[in-house]
Design a protein around this ligand. Structure first.
Ligand code: 13P
Ligand code: SF4
Length: 306
């Protein structure tokens, strides 16, 4: 491992490359990255970097977002098959037909979507800024929200909106169950529950705090509790433990035989694969100029409204 990291360090300097990593990456990647963040933080970092090459240790839609924001940079992804079940739950042809039923609606799309879906949208949001952006729109604004029905339901509930929702979800967050959480709450009374908004409504309704991965991390840094029940992908625990070594984190479902809070797409990337793409400059994310121009507008609008 030491050799791999040394070689990555030499090459990233020589090639003026930056490694951006999502919080759900394996700890080894988080520790070697130039920047670790949630999808909004990574998009912002991708937009402002002066690097010639961006190695995007995340999933495909995130690397596409980096390319759209920075079309002249080379964006490489360690494993080109690192997809996202939520993005896949919204195929372009079906979504295009769906929004034709709502010609007077604004199309707001969660960033976990393909570049083609982004190009059909008016504004992109992430889990960090979705509420803030929706609340800036007039109360009577008609909205279609896609692709995550759980995030959409959550925004509807807290902002009193009635957005039309696309029926998509993330297989990791959507399978977390209230029963598992209630069991943990009984075993650990008075411990705060913190949850990602991609979880289902009954979980979000009883959560003490709902936020993006970065929001959850910041909450555990500033809050006074010493133990938390965490309902999201397990990768975030690495930064939580680093930031608060004396605190305890119980990940849902906390069953040592179940790997179900693990996003297998995020975990496809390895330090080995990062070195390989850095050496050979392969797995480049390419998008047509037309698609980049169409998808840039709603992304830019998001960054302006955040
Ligand atoms: P964040 O916006 O919290 O990074 O969420 C991205 C994601 O893929 C959650 O599953
Ligand atoms: Fe997609 Fe879910 Fe994995 Fe996030 S955790 S990248 S939403 S499949």
């Amino acid at each position: 491992m030491k050799d791999i990291i040394n070689n990555i360090n030499v090459l990233r300097t020589k090639k003026n490359a930056i490694i951006l990593a999502h919080y759900y990456q394996v700890p080894e990647i988080q520790d070697l990255a130039d920047f670790v963040g949630d999808s909004l933080g990574l998009a912002r970092e991708a937009e402002k970097t002066n690097a010639d090459i961006i190695i995007f240790a995340g999933v495909h839609f995130m690397a596409e977002t980096a390319k759209i924001l920075n079309p002249n940079k080379k964006v490489l992804i360690p494993d080109i098959l690192a997809g996202c079940s939520l993005a896949d739950s919204c195929p372009t042809d079906k979504f295009e037909a769906f929004i034709k039923n709502y010609p007077d609606h604004l199309i707001i799309t969660y960033v976990n979507a393909s570049a083609e879906i982004k190009a059909l949208s008016d504004i992109i949001v992430t889990s960090s800024n979705a509420k803030h952006i929706v609340e800036q729109l007039p109360k009577d604004q008609k909205i279609v929200f896609a692709p995550d029905k759980n995030l959409g339901t959550y925004i509807n509930n807290i902002s009193g909106r009635n957005m039309v929702l696309w029926d998509g979800s993330c297989h990791v967050h959507n399978q977390l169950e209230l029963d598992q959480i209630m069991k943990l709450k009984i075993e650990n009374p008075n411990i705060p529950l913190i949850a990602h908004p991609e979880c289902q409504a009954p979980i979000l309704e009883i959560a003490d705090f709902v936020g993006s991965t970065n929001g959850l991390l910041n909450y555990t840094k500033s809050d006074s509790a010493t133990k938390y029940i965490v309902a999201t992908e397990g990768g975030i625990l690495h930064q939580m433990k680093k930031a608060s070594p004396n605190k305890e984190f119980i990940i849902v479902p906390s069953d040592e035989f179940c790997n179900c809070n693990n996003c297998e797409y995020m975990k496809m990337n390895t330090p080995d694969k990062i070195l390989h793409v850095l050496q050979n400059e392969i797995n480049e994310v390419t998008l047509s100029k037309y698609l980049i121009e169409k998808a840039y507008k709603p992304l830019k609008r998001m960054l302006e409204m955040s």
